[in-house]
Design a protein around this ligand. Sequence first.
Ligand SMILES: Nc1nc2c(c(=O)[nH]1)N[C@H]1C(S)=C(S)[C@@H](COP(=O)(O)O)O[C@H]1N2
Ligand SMILES: [Mo]
Length: 348
Amino acid sequence: MVLHNDRPEDLEMPNAYFDQWITPNDKFFVRQHLPRPEVKADAFRLAVNGLVAKQLDLKIEDLRKLPQHKIAATLECTGNGRGFFRPRLPGIQWLRGAIGNAEWSGPRVSEILKLAGAKMDAAFLESDGADVGVAKTPDFIRSLPMKKALDPGTLLALDMNGEPIPQIHGFPARLIVPGWDGTSWVKWVIRLTVAADANKGFFMNPGYRYPKFARPPGSPPVPAELEVIEGMRVKSAITKPSEDDKVGLGPLTIGGYAWAGEQKIMRVEVSVDGGAKWKDAGLTPQNLNYAWRLWKLNWTPPHPGYYTILSRATDSAGNVQPLVAEWNPSGYLYNAIDRVGITVEKSA
Ligand SMILES: Nc1nc2c(c(=O)[nH]1)N[C@H]1C(S)=C(S)[C@@H](COP(=O)(O)O)O[C@H]1N2
Ligand SMILES: [Mo]
């Protein structure tokens, strides 16, 4: 893994592991703002409160007794690709690897709320993880609009790829908010509160907001124009070959991932000549909302030299990746057409 921070860990998946549709748990990227809590299975309780008829204190077994649903969904940090923005921005310099795809299972959030007799037309569901604020970093608390919380795809997952969620990814319970950015996928969930208003803490405002109207690159944030990030945008990335690779003359495979938040990926095109001509790449067969598709194209460079390879995805709503990502003061939602330069050498 690419280590960005070690305490708490922020780990990026290296390009080499993007060859599997399901990302293995021990290769999955990690992002956490606060020291990692050690939630013990026996001591774990999930409080369900706020606008509910009956407050609940649920154990893991109670959550396991509810109907378990499985969903394949891609999790991407809003800051994935921040390292590509110019001018540069403070924050973790993620490139392509703050993303992974897993099969998550657990009860639906809607079923937990039903059990508590929650006011289903309340506006928000607030979730708190077991991690707590330290020094200048406040507690990690997020609010989800009730409409998304009640979506059948929104789960409180207990399992990740068929095993209990690893501690680093939120054991024993984390939110799965398909299609939305990683910030909404709260780990180590210990409290769900039904509320009329959104939480006002740092991680809702000013944290993790995106400008409603783009401003020139380098401009300071305009707080009144910042909005909460929801669904992710259409995006593809090249994970094979890697930037500055040197390869021998002969056939090679170009590959990567593409996903589009709540939409499906319909097409990925590749150019090996800086964008003059484009060819359709082959896509993995699973074509689901919320889950990425891996793509590849076999190509034999005609002669030695330097080649600029690009990839461009199109989603089921007709959105195409832009040539230039919208610069924003926190470096979120990077989704420009990807670009990798390689040198093809005459084989020895
Ligand atoms: N409790 C808690 N949940 C959290 C976070 C956190 O710091 N604390 N980070 C969020 C962010 S910003 C991301 S991108 C994802 C990362 O999930 P992962 O570490 O399982 O990849 O978790 C989210 N859930
Ligand atoms: Mo994130």
